[in-house]
Design a protein around this ligand. Structure first.
Ligand SMILES: Nc1nc2c(c(=O)[nH]1)N[C@H]1C(S)=C(S)[C@@H](COP(=O)(O)O)O[C@H]1N2
Ligand SMILES: [Mo]
Length: 344
């Protein structure tokens, strides 16, 4: 376990529980939200960096609760179990160096081409082998589940990485609410298909050859693992379009392409679903795509990675890549009977 992963001394089974002293009752959040609204502080809140928004509580003469953050759109608790000793990637790097082929294949294309992307109204459905299908509209994405902040490492298969503070909720909480049937083995995810808004879906060249809509998948055990996260925000604010607004998956122990953006459908299944990068180049991108420094990509080494934002202006610091991106203590059991060279 490296020093760059979880806070030391956290008990494994407790990792995903918010420590008791960080829990603020739901009603307190709601009251504060309406006060912020009534005072017209919404716009003010939105213009303040996420990390000082807790200071808004001072206006109400209350002691600022630790680890509670509030803006006009997001109210969340910081889960200190997921704070890393590694520095956060600067926000302008997180939002300007992206992979989102629906908006073009170069790293600055999503920032440049996604700004007018409409996310409201939105509809996310959870269907398939569930007891109770769920449909979440735009507002429900931010309100149906208690939001928390988790800082995760993101390792792209292209051998670069970032450290990003996400806001969201666990995928398991969503699946549990829908009630997964015992016959379920996999979960499939699908990105919005809207060529009028997503120019990469119109042109095979601009879209990098991917057959749209972009699809991804997890085994049911991976999906229920407490690390699998549905993100609706980053750096204390709602997701920018280029990062997968309004809701995207984040699976921190797998290569970034598993973390599918702008999701409209989640389908619980009894077989392995097709996945976009695997369909495009099966010998290069597997279904599992676990970060693994010992299994190289056919065209480059996966032993190390460029840490975006660390190092000079034109270079990035190279750091060793960790097995399961440093999350092995929490996920290695899922693969104990799997040959990770064969099932890459
Ligand atoms: N729909 C969709 N989701 C996607 C992608 C994409 O092109 N389309 N790119 C993936 C890849 S390769 C990576 S590395 C991450 C990048 O997320 P970020 O831009 O928020 O850092 O998004 C993933 N999710
Ligand atoms: Mo990636």
């Amino acid at each position: 376990m490296s020093k760059n992963t979880f806070t030391k001394g956290v008990k494994r089974q407790k990792l995903w529980d918010l420590p008791d002293n960080e829990v603020t009752p739901e009603t307190v959040f709601k009251e504060r939200r309406s006060i912020v609204k009534a005072l017209g502080l919404g716009a003010l809140g939105a213009s303040i960096p996420g990390y000082v928004q807790a200071g808004l509580f001072d206006l109400f003469g209350e002691e600022t609760p630790k680890n509670v953050f509030q803006s006009s759109e997001l109210a969340f608790q910081r889960n200190s179990n997921f704070q890393l000793s590694q520095a956060l990637t600067p926000e302008d790097k997180v939002t300007r160096h992206n992979n989102f082929y629906e908006f073009g294949t170069s790293k600055q294309d999503p920032f440049e081409n996604a700004q007018s992307f409409q996310t409201e109204p939105w509809s996310l459905t959870i269907e398939g082998l569930v007891d109770k299908p769920i449909k979440l509209d735009y507002d429900a994405l931010y309100k149906r589940f208690a939001l928390e902040e988790r800082t995760y490492r993101l390792r792209c298969v292209e051998a670069w990485s970032m450290v990003i503070p996400w806001v969201g909720f666990s995928l398991a909480s969503l699946l549990k609410e829908a009630g997964v049937k015992s016959s379920a083995t996999h979960v499939a995810f699908e990105t919005l298909f809207d060529p009028d808004q997503m120019p990469g879906q119109k042109s095979r060249l601009m879209g990098g050859g991917i057959h749209y809509p972009y699809v991804e998948g997890l085994t049911i055990a991976e999906a229920m693992n407490p690390l699998s996260f549905m993100a609706v925000g980053l750096y204390g604010k709602t997701l920018p379009p280029q990062n997968g607004a309004p809701i995207r998956l984040v699976v921190p122990w797998k290569y970034g392409f598993k973390s599918i953006k702008s999701i409209v459908k989640i389908r619980v299944m009894d077989k392995q679903p097709p996945t976009s990068w695997n369909q495009l180049a099966p010998h290069e991108y597997g279904f599992y795509a676990n970060v693994n420094p010992q299994v190289d990509h056919p065209r480059w080494s996966q032993a190390s990675e460029r840490s975006i934002g660390e190092g000079g202006l034109f270079s990035a610091k190279r750091i060793p890549t960790e097995m399961f991106n440093g999350y092995g203590d929490y996920v290695a059991d899922l693969y104990k009977n799997l040959d990770l060279r064969k099932f890459y």
